[in-house]
Write a protein that binds this ligand. Structure first.
Ligand code: IPE
Ligand code: MG
Length: 263
């Protein structure tokens, strides 16, 4: 999908999503072959913008549009869980101006597109550290989470200030605290117990882990949850990623033979 210019108005509703042209509808994949949880590392906003002589902020704006396109494509396909890596614990190393813009865009995503997401039956949840986020942003994303809490069609989880290592050591620490306090028998700790200490034990394991922009790294995203995920990497830069790319990835996934370590 090519987005030649990305005016500010692109962030205001109504959301314009490209309707499927005839013969271009989603592939029909039996529900049992759909990935139960698709996790996406959206990467390449900066390079997309640089290629066009635009600012990195323009790239992030275009990235927000691509997230809406992804959600619409996921709805058309009938996916039930989608996770997007919006901001990592490592992203704080970027210059303060860019960090501020990304945060502002995430916040605007919640306010501007909340109504559309709600109408579509999307339950938006978010996860990650709260401590470093601005109060207005927290208010906006919390409000969207509450507003859409009853929706059941698709759960979109936005990971903000998230890092899997933080999540894992925090789980380990809490397990140690609970064990020391006698609330947990250390002998009985197993994978299920451990999983219940993660940020979002309600989410299913990741089945399909997708990253754009040619980078082939997990970058500290959902490491525990992706233990058996099918990994897919595409050279497409995130703002160019559209529903057809998602559908192609899911078709590829549905053809893979997952063995979970068996034969
Ligand atoms: C992804 O794109 C942005 C975030 C999720 C914060 P990048 O900003 O990493 O784009 P490149 O890698 O510089 O092209
Ligand atoms: Mg990057």
């Amino acid at each position: 999908m090519h987005l030649p210019s990305v005016p500010d108005a692109a962030l205001s509703p109504p959301v314009v999503v490209r309707p499927a042209r005839s013969g271009e509808g989603p592939p029909s994949i039996p529900a049992g072959l759909l990935p139960g949880h698709v996790a996406v590392v959206l990467d390449g906003n900066g390079r997309w913008a640089t290629d066009r002589g635009l600012t990195r902020t323009d790239g992030h704006r275009a990235g927000v549009k691509a997230v809406l396109e992804l959600v619409d494509g996921a709805l058309a396909l009938g996916l039930s869980h989608l996770s997007v890596f919006a901001f990592s614990t490592e992203n704080w190393r970027r210059d303060a101006g860019e960090v501020g813009e990304v945060m502002r865009l995430i916040s605007a995503f919640a306010t501007d597109h909340g109504p559309w997401l709600d109408e579509q039956g999307v339950r938006v949840t978010w996860s990650g550290g709260r401590g470093r986020l601005a109060t207005t942003m927290l208010d906006n994303i919390d409000a969207l989470q509450s507003r859409t809490a009853g929706n059941t069609r698709l759960t979109l989880t936005v990971w903000i200030d998230y890092g899997a290592r933080d999540e894992l050591w925090q789980a380990a620490r809490q397990i140690a605290i609970d064990s020391a306090a006698g609330r947990l028998d250390p002998e009985l700790i197993d994978a299920r117990t451990f999983g219940s200490y993660l940020y979002r034990p309600d989410l299913p394991d990741v089945d399909l882990f997708l990253r754009t922009s040619g980078e082939q790294r997990l970058s500290n995203f959902l490491l525990w949850q992706s233990a058996y995920a099918e990994l897919m990497f595409t050279d497409t830069l995130w703002p160019d990623f559209d529903r057809h790319d998602l559908w192609a990835a899911v078709v590829d996934y549905s053809r893979r033979h997952r063995r979970f370590g068996g034969h």
